[in-house]
Write a protein that binds this ligand. Structure first.
Ligand SMILES: Cc1cc2nc3c(=O)[nH]c(=O)nc-3n(C[C@H](O)[C@H](O)[C@H](O)COP(=O)(O)OP(=O)(O)OC[C@H]3O[C@@H](n4cnc5c(N)ncnc54)[C@H](O)[C@@H]3O)c2cc1C
Length: 485
């Protein structure tokens, strides 16, 4: 028998630690061929008119691939980079390098599984097998206490059963050495311009500068857990809005797979042993379970999560002028400072806190009555940490067409603003026009009297927009009831 070569097709698993396909390939083959494809599909304009990938995430992706290449080179290997359809590129490379088998990590959302189905079909034609691995979740699908089709539709029931009956597997070791065939054309990593995008401008107010890649991701774990000890207080700070410290900020690296979710879990366990367990250390794992849950739900319900009726089949009602309202929401011009500040942050940085996401999504669906899928598609373009199951799953949940109908919430966004931004610091960071309004009053500029407006240097409808709807939650005749009840 001749030498064996396995092609490792990297997708959203841009790391060498805890990467089963890479380790398994080094064990099963004499030579490994690591490949990444920049697929033009992900840089198209969608049917919603938004881009599939905006420039913050595209930059993060480019950095992630560049870092993977560096890391592989340090192991004596190389990363082949190509631009094009994987269903053409993978079989071509397989023939060129006389590959015996192709490995990849299975995805859950239908566009992603469609791509791998096409690759699989193309490989079949040349009599090659695409081997699927499971590697994106904390719990391995096979270790769940129920088959996918029986996963409870209520998160709490899922969580309790899983916590009681399932174990989390250890991480895979990093291969010590990776032998690659002789590669003459490893390929250039494209620029943003190659993908029709421009370089994003880094805003000083961003929670942090997210740099893609495993190296930065691991550094961030080190800093968050060990150097700054922030895990200790995660539960009390996680609903914050400003700065790097309030929540873990692991999401962009987790979404690209530059950090393994299991690695994060085992790091929490080590932290608990060395520095003590508390509510906060548990709570980070609790949140990671939400990520798993949406992935498993996507396996259970397929592409129903992308439909306006979700998996209930009933679409929420929409306003006649929804297109106009949607434009105002996107650009942060609704007249509700807390919503506008969050949308402006998203547009300027590619990130928004969980509190912000809950509120802006709820406001779009429940107050403005705009089709929630438009909002989800917009987040898909903008978010640096976009991941199909986490994004569309959360949106469907907020819209009341996804999971946990019992928890179907309608946020009073003014109350939320007053609670989570009591001094108005967050709103003023993103809407400096409102800088002079004191304290909580900044959340309700529509209550200012003409003399107050003059005093605070505001020209309603000119320097800051008037309310675009009469919100359900606000008693416009009674500002005390709105703000403080
Ligand atoms: C409308 C909406 C859209 C969202 N879209 C995405 C998305 O595209 N990608 C994404 O990663 N998260 C998404 N989230 C979930 C959550 O807002 C982010 O994961 C979180 O804000 C990222 O910041 P962090 O890493 O500091 O979170 P932390 O609070 O530190 O949480 C740790 C990790 O737990 C996971 N997590 C936490 N909350 C959730 C949740 N509700 N659902 C799924 N996973 C969660 C994430 O992986 C996160 O990195 C969305 C939430 C809403 C309400």
């Amino acid at each position: 028998m001749g030498e064996r070569t396995i092609l490792v097709w990297f997708r959203n698993d841009l790391r060498i630690h805890d990467n089963e396909i890479l380790l398994e390939a080094t064990r099963k083959a004499d030579r490994v061929l690591p490949v990444y494809c920049f697929d033009p599909f992900y840089f198209k304009t969608t049917s919603y008119g938004s881009l599939k990938t905006g420039n913050f995430r595209a930059r993060f992706l480019i950095e992630s691939v560049a870092d993977l290449r560096q890391t592989l080179r340090a192991q004596g290997a190389e990363l082949i980079v190509r631009i094009g359809d994987p269903a053409e590129i993978i079989p071509q490379l397989a023939e060129q390098y006389q590959v015996n088998e192709v490995y990849h990590h299975r995805e859950v959302a239908f566009e992603e599984t469609d791509i791998s189905a096409k690759v699989e079909a193309a490989l079949w034609k040349i009599k090659l097998n695409l081997k699927h691995f499971i590697g994106h979740t904390l719990y391995h699908k096979e270790d769940l206490p129920f088959p996918i089709k029986d996963i409870p539709d209520v998160f709490t029931i899922f969580r309790k059963k899983v916590e009681r009956d399932s174990d989390i597997r250890p991480c895979f070791e990093t291969p010590a050495q990776i032998n690659v065939p002789e590669i003459d054309d490893a390929g250039q990593i494209p620029t943003l311009q190659d993908m029709g995008l421009f370089d994003p401008i880094d805003d000083q107010r961003a929670v942090m500068r997210f740099t893609g890649g495993e190296t930065e991701g691991l550094k961030h774990i080190q800093e968050y857990f060990w150097e700054t000890d922030r895990l200790k207080t995660y539960k009390t700070t996680r609903n914050g809005l400003l700065g790097a410290a309030y929540s873990s900020k692991f999401s962009p690296w987790l979404s690209m797979g530059s950090l393994s979710i299991r690695q994060v879990y085992w790091e929490v366990k080590r932290y608990e042993q060395e520095r003590g367990a508390n509510d906060s250390t548990y709570w980070l794992i609790f949140e990671l379970l939400w990520r798993d849950y949406f992935r498993f739900m996507f396996k259970k319900y397929g592409n129903q999560f992308f439909k306006v009726g979700g998996f209930k089949g009933e679409a929420p009602s929409v306003a006649n002028n929804q297109d106009e309202l949607f434009e105002k929401w996107k650009t942060g011009q609704t007249g509700v400072p807390f919503i506008d500040a969050n949308m402006r942050e998203l547009n300027a940085t590619g990130f928004m806190s969980n509190r912000g996401r809950q509120n802006t999504a709820s406001f779009l669906v429940k107050d403005l009555k705009v089709d929630w899928t438009k909002g989800a598609a917009y987040f898909e373009e903008k978010l640096i940490d976009y991941s199909p199951a986490s994004n569309w799953g959360n949106w469907a949940y907020v819209a009341g067409v996804g999971n946990d109908p019992r928890e179907n919430r309608h946020f009073n966004v003014i109350k939320q603003a007053a609670e989570y931004d009591p001094k108005g610091e967050y709103v003023k960071t993103w809407i400096p026009e409102l800088l002079h309004i004191p304290g909580k009053q900044v959340h309700t500029p529509f209550f200012l009297t003409p003399s107050e407006s003059a005093l605070y240097n505001i020209e309603p409808g000119v320097t800051y927009p008037n309310l675009i709807i009469k919100p359900l939650w606000t008693n416009l005749n009674d500002k005390n009831a709105t703000l403080f009840s």
